[in-house]
Design a protein around this ligand. Sequence first.
Ligand SMILES: C[S@@+](CC[C@H](N)C(=O)[O-])C[C@H]1O[C@@H](n2cnc3c(N)ncnc32)[C@H](O)[C@@H]1O
Length: 237
Amino acid sequence: MDNQQLKTSEEKTINLYNKAYSENYRAYDEKFITEPSYPHFGGIIRKLSASFGRSVSVLEVGCGTGRYFHCLQNTASLTGIDISEHMLELARHPLKEEEVNIPDIQLIAGSVYEHDFGNQQFDFIYSVGVLGEHVPLTPSMLDKLYKLLHTNGVLFTTVVNLDARKNLKRRLAEAAYPMMPQRVRQVLDERWKSNYLTLKQLKALMVSSPFSNYDIENYISEDKGWKGGHYEITARK
Ligand SMILES: C[S@@+](CC[C@H](N)C(=O)[O-])C[C@H]1O[C@@H](n2cnc3c(N)ncnc32)[C@H](O)[C@@H]1O
């Protein structure tokens, strides 16, 4: 994973989440509550934030429009970071705003890779549709997330399941790849560059990360807005 891939991914993300796209995203939040992924992800965030049995500090990485803020339980403070200033602006009035019951909310415009959180630590960190999707999940990001957690803190993040996105043509090309000329392989390497991860790649990343206690689940979304597979990592410090 090179730095260039991260820079390119971030530039693409900033261009994508412009004012118009962000407003559409926020409008879709209202429809999203009828999709199966809403109770799925909302339920996980509710359950994990409530699992401490006391009030907690929370960080959302790539919080976007704040779609899940209202699901947080027992939350004394919430920090949301997002690289798109337009998405972040809309997070000031998120979905089900009247149910958001958090005394202290800080919204930070910037990249989670670059932002210096100083000595801050959190009980619960979550991220949906960001890492291993818009930007790569790198070993240094896993190190950073680990350091950002308090002891006994919990991380929940999704990663797009690359295995589920490979069609038959891609699988056949991969099988033939070792026999292909160097020039063709280079073209395919470029075309296949992705932030998405196979289970094998994800497991290798987690094994070499500071996390030793984690689960990886596979979730297939049947939503009208986004059909596909996500790996879900729940990791404890
Ligand atoms: C698919 S949206 C998900 C938003 C929110 N998590 C949700 O589930 O509705 C992806 C978000 O990640 C943000 N993002 C992408 N790369 C980022 C980075 N390096 N640092 C912070 N935010 C980032 C984008 O700006 C966008 O708001």
